[in-house]
Write a protein that binds this ligand. Structure first.
Ligand code: APR
Length: 230
């Protein structure tokens, strides 16, 4: 089986009802991103940050994977698929994908503020002030905030270096280091980009642009893959 690596962003969850970042004018539920997604914001007002992610978690519990998530899961019948996602929702897992690398963390997990190795599943939708880890420190969202390290990047680069097919679905490619993954794709590897608005920075070699929403665009990609790349 050929190795397929897929980089996804907020656009793949848009048709499930989760708004993207840049389509919402750069504000997140009316908040400045540094207020609710940075260590400074956490230090300034932890309760505001906890509530911001509680609201996103509550919303994420109400939505379902869409056709694009389902097609990517179906591709596991034909290819060795690794999903590298910038999304913190669990729609890839719900859709049936079995190998998902979350570059920016996971909405349904919490983490100790004392020991980052202590990560917990969140039952329900809330982390509250006073919720503590086993070492007695406040729990925080298991999310990579702006200015923080991206621990899964090394694994993502390793996977990308050995990709034989590379897909980019629903990301503006404006946030690094995630967007930098494209630099690690071999020149002769076919690259499929699915996005109704073409991202500014896209690879030039062996490129197939599908200017469609993910649910439709992934149907076209599936057809091409099964016809020409098995
Ligand atoms: N189908 C496919 N793509 C879509 C759809 C859709 N239905 N709707 C929008 N898009 C595209 C947009 O054209 C855009 O290129 O999805 C992309 C969304 O881009 P962003 O909102 O910038 O989201 P993303 O690229 O995932 O952002 C990366 O930035 O804000 C941080 O940490 C956050 O993980 C996020 C990162």
């Amino acid at each position: 089986m050929k190795k397929m690596v897929v980089l996804t962003g907020a656009g793949i969850s848009a048709e499930s009802g989760i708004s993207t970042f840049r389509d919402s004018g750069g504000l997140w539920e009316g908040h400045d991103v540094m207020e609710v997604a940075s260590p400074e914001g956490w230090r300034k007002n932890s309760e505001l940050v906890l509530n911001f992610y509680n609201q996103r978690r509550k919303k994420a519990l109400e939505v379902k994977p869409n056709n694009a998530h389902l097609i990517l899961a179906e591709m596991e019948k034909y290819f060795d698929v690794t999903i590298i996602t910038q999304n913190v929702d669990d729609l890839h897992e719900q859709g049936g994908s079995s190998k998902v690398i979350h570059l920016h963390g996971e909405l349904f997990k919490s983490r100790s503020t004392l020991d980052p190795e202590l990560v917990y599943d969140i039952e329900g939708w809330e982390i509250k002030l006073g919720d503590k880890c086993e070492k007695g420190s406040q729990l925080r969202p298991h999310i990579v905030w702006f200015g923080e390290m991206v621990p899964m990047m090394e694994l993502a680069v390793e996977e990308t270096l050995t990709a034989e097919i590379f897909l980019v679905v629903g990301t503006s490619l404006q946030v690094y280091p995630a967007a930098g993954l494209l630099d690690y794709v071999e020149k002769d590897v076919p690259k499929f980009v699915v996005d109704p608005n073409m991202p500014t920075m896209i690879p030039l070699d062996n490129l197939f642009l599908i200017k469609e929403k993910a649910t439709e665009g992934m149907e076209q990609v599936k057809k091409q893959l099964l016809e020409n790349y098995l």
